[in-house]
Design a protein around this ligand. Structure first.
Ligand SMILES: C[S@@+](CC[C@H](N)C(=O)[O-])C[C@H]1O[C@@H](n2cnc3c(N)ncnc32)[C@H](O)[C@@H]1O
Length: 253
């Protein structure tokens, strides 16, 4: 279950450099912090990764747990929580098979991560599992981007320089992305080239791949309704810099 290409992408150099190359991305942290403050905990972040967002909420005293399928991303998250002397349950699970001992008031999936469940039937199944993990009256908030934003379509199949970062040892990582859009299947096949520079010289090149699925706003509304959600509100918002404006769904149990 779950897309294995997507799950294995978040390992090795990608997991190791994740927080460094996303260090400028602050808007999504603020957005989801405000969401949880508004709707209340206990909260659950799905696809919580290194805890880039989750740990910021923990620091503010929010009761929040996380779920991610990547052992390496989860390990980084757990290390940060331990260093902060805080506590949270971080589960290693595939979202498609979500099965937790607890229910939540606010569940969120940030930065288009829900789109990593690239199989349509599995995405529908996952929405049902999320619904089951909400307390009555609880809310799911997630953002979905489409390739109709920015220069995505113009750059189809072209390598474009993306994020970059530098670690404490002075090593540098450059990321290049090449997206292939299938507008009929509503999929984006993303290739990523990670170039590691040590002492100013290219020392390693890693190619990674992910497959994303995107949805039209009313299509996803129907999927949420099919999973049992009601009182659904949709907003257009810039959440993460590389995605342009996304559709943000607020869906109640
Ligand atoms: C783009 S990262 C986002 C991490 C975090 N939410 C953030 O914004 O920093 C996507 C995360 O989704 C996780 N992931 C991908 N497919 C998954 C699946 N089927 N089930 C659970 N987690 C998954 C990856 O391991 C990765 O940590």
């Amino acid at each position: 279950m779950g897309n294995n290409i997507n799950k294995s992408h978040y390992s090795g150099i990608v997991a190791e450099w994740y927080d460094i190359i996303l260090h400028t991305e602050k808007n999504d942290i603020k957005f989801y912090r405000d969401v949880v403050k508004r709707f209340g905990g206990p909260a659950l972040e799905l696809a919580s990764g290194t805890g880039r967002i989750l740990t910021e909420l923990l620091k503010e005293g929010v009761l929040i747990d996380g779920v991610d399928s990547s052992p390496e991303m989860n390990q980084q998250c757990k290390n940060k929580i331990r260093e902060l002397n805080l506590s949270s349950e971080i589960y290693e699970q595939d979202l498609v098979e979500l099965n937790l001992p607890k229910k939540y008031n606010t569940i969120f999936v940030a930065g288009g991560s829900f789109q990593l469940i690239s199989d349509r039937a599995e995405a529908q199944l996952t929405l049902g599992k999320i619904y089951d993990h909400l307390l009555d009256g609880g809310i799911l908030v997630l953002d979905i981007f489409t390739p109709l934003e920015k220069n995505n379509l113009l750059n189809d199949g072209v390598w474009v320089k993306g994020r970059e970062g530098r670690n404490d040892q002075g090593e540098k990582l450059l990321v290049y992305a090449s997206n292939k859009n299938n507008l009929y299947e509503q999929t984006i096949n993303g290739l990523y080239k990670y170039e590691l520079y040590q002492n100013g010289r290219l020392s390693e090149t890693v190619i990674g791949e992910i497959m994303l699925r995107w949805y039209g706003q009313f299509e996803f509304l129907l999927m949420l309704e099919k999973a049992g959600f009601s009182n659904i509100n949709i907003q257009r918002k810039k959440i993460i810099s590389t995605h342009g404006e996304a559709f943000v769904y607020f869906a109640h149990k």
